[in-house]
Design a protein around this ligand. Sequence first.
Ligand code: UDP
Length: 469
Amino acid sequence: MGHLIPFAELARRLVADHGLAATLLFAAARSPPSEQYLAVAASVPEGVDLVALPAPEAPDELLAPASVRDRVARAVASSVPLVRDIARSVAATVPLAALVVDMVGAPARVVAEELGAPFYMFFTSPWMLLSLFLHLPAIDATRASEHRDAAEPIRLPGCVPIHTHDLPGSMLVDRSSETYASFVAMAKGAGTTPDGILVNTFPELEPAVGNAADGVKLPPVHAVGPLLLTRPISNSMDQDHYCLNWLDQQPRGSVVYVSFGSGGTLTWQQTTQLALGLELSQHRFVWAIKRPDQETPSGAFFGTSRHGAAPEFLPDGFMERTAVVGLVLQQPWSPQAAILGHASVGCFVTHCGWNSMLEGVFHGVPMVAWPLYAEQKMNAAMMEAHAGAAIRANVRDGRLVSKEEVAAVIRRVMEGDEADRMRKRLGELRDKATHALSKDGSSTCTLAQLTRRWKSTADSKSMELDVNC
Ligand code: UDP
């Protein structure tokens, strides 16, 4: 979801604001894709052609269980011939303005080369992660030890220092492992993107966007964010959702919204402590709950996301005791953008997926950062130390966050001077995010510049074709 949603928004803006036609190719991580995934994909507006890439052949998971990254890499490799066919059929009628791929999409570069089209990457995470990616080959060449043993943080221009415990999991494995090799290969792929990288951030949030360390050469970087879900997906999934009516009844800024994204789950024990902590905080809440994951200690990525009856995994009597002040949403999908945009919401407990954090910023909601997987710890560090938009729950090394800690961190975001300062800061960031998307804002201007360049290249190519004909 964290990739599909900004891509859909990018395609929408290219069509609606910049006069291009767009074809959005998408593939789901799961087969068959979830109902929500298909609904998000289907919500792209007119003018965007949607093409579902078929799921790759089912891998023999029992013989060799594959990591998410490996499964994605396999899916990408097997999709290249189809991407070529689709791009060729588009280019048969009009010159292809550009091919823009996800961070895992480097193998499709051959298609752009064959068609003579500009090739871009759209990085759907923050600049800080992109910067780590782009500097990784240089860091890798100079570090002798394992990253996990490094005493010093990694310092990138204009970014908060990245401490070892905040590095993405793929950097903490043995550097001789395949997982690490494929991570470095992905980083190198990004670093050699010929025409440039679009990144879902904006300069007021990450002022150092595009800055390189001495001696490191980066491809051109374009901050096109914040591209986020601003339209309802469907009436039943969003606008008419009963939680919005419930929020209408609550005082302004009084509700804590808790969600761990489309794939994040907690352990049973942590779910209990979170429930008791919410109760202890004495604040109102909306909790988009997922069935706990029994096996993994610190939460899972695309873990067992079954949705059972809440009382089975919530503390005895919790639902009854909190019935007046709390709403537990047990459906697989909550209308997050509408919830965060509601005036009653005053705090967002988030797993730090980048889209969720951008949505928190866009709606001016102070956050409790509770990272679970991937680059989320870095996102949490950036939002806390750099942007002043979040306070981190102490989830280091997968430790259990007690109910007292849950209540305390929520109170810090909801009550007192520190909370006032955060609200003020979030108000400023919200205005800047809104401005970035306005007619003369950075996102619109950057996309306008890019599309002008793409159109003029495509026009000169079509003139060449005419002359040759
Ligand atoms: N989302 C939503 N309802 C849900 C779960 C997720 O609307 O119940 C949206 C959320 O608003 C965000 C995206 O799905 O736009 C999740 O992206 P993110 O990068 O935050 O995390 P991911 O789910 O990819 O880990």
